[in-house]
Design a protein around this ligand. Sequence first.
Ligand code: LMR
Length: 328
Amino acid sequence: LLGAVSAIALFASAGQAMAACDDGEIVIKFSHVTADSGHPKGDAANAIAARINEEMNGKACMEVYANSTLFDDDKVMEALLLGDVQVAAPSLSKFEAYTKKYRLFDLPFLFSSMDAVNNFTEGPVGQEMLGAVEDKGYTGLGYIYNGLKHFSANKPLLTPEDAHGLKFRVQTSDVAVAMIEAMDASAQKLAFKEVYGALQTGVVDGQENTWSNIYKQKFFEVQDGVTETNHQLLTYLAITSTDWLDSLPQDVREQFVTIFAEEVRKANAQATEINEQAKQGIIAAGGEIRELTPEQRKVWVETMRPVWDQFKDDIGEDVIQAAVDSNS
Ligand code: LMR
């Protein structure tokens, strides 16, 4: 049997989950779709797994499956309830079929920074929203941050008019579709692992994502450039099946939930820095990054603002106000 330390070393060197689990341990599989390191979610998952494998050795173990190797975000929700996987962290934009409350997080230009996001998610409204999918059998373990997103396309984008007639890949979010349509462009929902190919072959003209995803998935290599719009949030809800969580012995459950929360908090404090490094990585690799002037940015904000009205009844004006207030 491998000890926890050598198992972690093996895990890190192979870049995928293996050998962390011994016979008799409760196996916790964490499936996600992004890069396994140098990425806010990949790093968070690995840090959680390292702690669990060290401190819960003999009781429980965690295996991390990155890069969509186990499940896509749409399949993973069902897999959680079937017990094929125990933890997932889809982006909040992917909960459309489960709750309309998370539409809040997709409103364009809602949060001005990740500090504002932190104010909101750590506050009473954000904490209450962790339970928005409880009625569907899921328990929210915490928000894992990525960052604010930027647009890229196969031509320069300096104003929303530049996007007229283009087709953009979006996540499975109706707010994202409305946002793209507000630019007189069209949206296509695609799984994350299909985006690079769709950009490369011209199935879509552009996409929107964080620096870490644009860098790690190499989207910038098949785009004209990236425009630093900071227009929308990408953050994840780490979830598990409530039945599975309830089935754990109390001491295991408490230790798992505590380690998870502690590591998520630490990882979230690193997310902005990881995205900044990814941005520098894009520049170093010769990718084109365009900044907006304040006047240009104003046009983007004004173009997308009507989207808020389309969704305010689903989300609740008081909830929107609480998020807006977190900016100050
Ligand atoms: C996307 O599909 O663009 C993101 O949700 C992927 C991710 O998990 O960061």
